[in-house]
Design a protein around this ligand. Structure first.
Ligand SMILES: Cc1cc2nc3c(=O)[nH]c(=O)nc-3n(C[C@H](O)[C@H](O)[C@H](O)COP(=O)(O)OP(=O)(O)OC[C@H]3O[C@@H](n4cnc5c(N)ncnc54)[C@H](O)[C@@H]3O)c2cc1C
Length: 493
């Protein structure tokens, strides 16, 4: 119960006003219907909070039903949502003026914030403030699709606008948006539909123009067969179309090795990484997310009674659209030698009825994909004509858990440097990314040293009682989470 407990059961005439009253069945039905509709049409949904006046509990219900984030009309609405723990927020409006921009940038430090922009001066102000605060604000360029209220003019004007803001620090271009609000009062539905389609055609054609900005060619379904070299310089790659077998040479000033832990580009660069194996194997599988498990929340079952068997537990991670990914961490040595492993598995599965819904009729261990992960840090992030990003430069263990973030951060810095034609691309990229990546790999070392303790010295009981103790002290928990999260933030020297 909460602080409004005393209001439960009151007659509506006895309520203080203003009071928001909702028909819960109808609201749940509507939220679900909208989520199902979007899923069926394969579009992402970011509902507008002004419909429910940024009522956080309703926003959370929309997120739980599958919305990718929440839209707000103004800064103060976004602040209300953020203080209720909502992280992915779009302000579908321009925020102007020094004071408001200070608030905007502050909010961006705590959230994944996107704001609509349509003026260079405004973007420059946001960029300066964000850069000073060492944060990043996502910007969505609003295009005027006929509303004549705000927005950059479409086509070439938007293209030039985007090109001029791309190199700015402190902001990240997140796309374009348009609003056909001028058609809201067209009463004839057929006319409204036709005119609305024409308006969005303007937006789509502008988007297509932007996609050709970098004059790049996107090829899917190709495999890199060889890296082309001339002495020590990488010239490009030879690819093979997986479907047709057709081979093609792709030459480039700079080849980006984003091909993961076994990178062929890294090998061609002659860069060796001293890797270590994570002393933990992962048995992985995919499953349909059971309705009895809360949506969008990972679930962990520790195998406390059977740790000695080598099976440490089971993790169920939501993977979107009704699917989940399952992981069973096992200690390789004990696991191989233990004849009672099936018994321990059965014991783990009987801990909770939901586990059967997750595992279904999979046989242990043969129906699981076994992953062994090496981890390390390359001594160089590239060579003449090539740059390495992500796992190719710094394979991480799943215990680190931040590899995807590191890869994206690498890619963003590289793109930023390339867009401003940085003359010392490799050196500057390494200067910016190496310290942050080094810090991110840190916890993995800690995890590995804990796992490397002798087998008889099970860390689980000590570790668990520590977690439980911290969990009982919210301020300590907050401090622990903050210190972990700030550890991974990039510090630019
Ligand atoms: C079980 C597990 C759990 C994890 N959990 C998390 C987590 O919770 N959070 C997190 O941030 N990170 C996590 N990670 C780490 C994260 O997945 C990686 O660090 C991240 O995916 C690395 O991204 P990448 O793009 O560098 O490499 P990859 O994601 O490995 O992508 C490389 C791509 O290149 C392709 N490729 C390779 N060779 C060729 C070739 N010759 N031609 C064409 N294509 C090629 C591969 O098929 C692959 O698609 C986890 C990893 C594992 C294994």
């Amino acid at each position: 119960m909460d602080i409004h407990e005393y209001e439960v059961g009151l007659h509506k005439g006895e309520l203080d006003t203003p009071a928001l009253l909702v028909n819960l069945d109808a609201i749940e039905r509507n939220i679900q219907r909208m989520a199902d509709f979007s899923r069926a049409h394969r579009v992402n949904l970011r509902p507008h909070a002004k419909i429910h006046k940024a009522t956080p509990i309703l926003a959370w219900m929309q997120l739980r039903a599958g919305a990718i984030g929440i839209t707000a009309s103004k800064l103060s609405e976004a602040e209300v949502l953020a203080s209720a723990g909502i992280r992915d927020i779009l302000i579908a409006n321009q925020v102007v003026g020094a004071r408001k921009i200070r608030r905007l940038v502050n909010l961006a430090a705590y959230t994944d914030l996107i704001v609509a922009v349509d003026s260079i001066d405004n973007v420059l102000e946001i960029s300066r403030a964000a850069h000073e605060k060492r944060t990043t604000v996502g910007v969505l360029v609003e295009v005027n699709i006929g509303n004549e209220r705000c927005g950059v003019e479409p086509f070439a004007t938007t293209r030039d606008f985007v090109q001029s803001i791309l190199p700015l620090p402190g902001i990240r271009f997140r796309g374009v948006m348009g609003y056909d609000g001028h058609l809201a009062f067209v009463e004839n539905l057929e006319e409204r539909h036709t005119r609305s389609q024409a308006a969005y055609r303007i937006l789509n054609e502008t988007r297509d123009l932007l996609l050709h900005l970098g004059s790049f060619e996107l090829r899917r379904g190709v495999e890199v067969m060889h890296v082309l070299k001339e002495k020590n310089r990488i010239l490009g790659v030879r690819t093979r179309d997986v479907a047709t077998g057709e081979e093609l040479e792709v030459l480039a000033d700079c080849t980006v090795g984003d091909d993961g832990v076994h990178s062929v580009v890294r090998k061609a660069c002659g860069i060796e990484i001293k890797t270590q194996m994570v002393p933990l194997d992962l048995l992985c599988f995919g499953f349909d997310w059971p309705s009895s498990l809360p949506f969008a929340t990972a679930r962990i079952w520790m195998n406390l009674k059977g740790l000695g068997s080598g099976i440490l537990g089971l993790v169920a991670i939501p993977a979107g659209v009704g699917k989940g990914a399952g992981l069973v961490p096992v200690r390789p040595k004990i696991f191989n030698a233990n004849p009672n492993v099936t018994e321990s598995w059965t014991q783990l599965c009987s801990m909770d009825a939901v586990i059967h819904e997750v595992i279904q009729d999979r046989k242990f261990p043969q129906d699981f994909v076994r992953i062994r992960r090496p981890w390390g840090h390359a001594p160089r992030y590239g060579t003449e004509g090539a740059v390495l990003i992500g796992d190719a430069a710094h394979p991480v263990s799943p215990a680190g858990g931040q590899g995807a973030n590191m890869s994206v951060a690498d890619a963003c810095v590289l793109a930023e440097l390339a867009l401003r034609n940085e003359p010392n691309l490799l050196a500057e990229y390494e200067r910016r990314r190496r310290p942050a990546n080094k810090r991110s790999i840190g916890p993995t070392r800690v995890a590995v040293s804990v796992w490397s303790l002798p087998e008889w010295c099970s860390p689980a009981s000590f570790f668990l009682s520590m977690v439980r103790w911290v969990g009982r002290h919210p301020s300590l928990m907050r401090r622990a989470i903050r210190s972990f999260s700030t550890r991974f933030q990039e510090k630019i020297n």
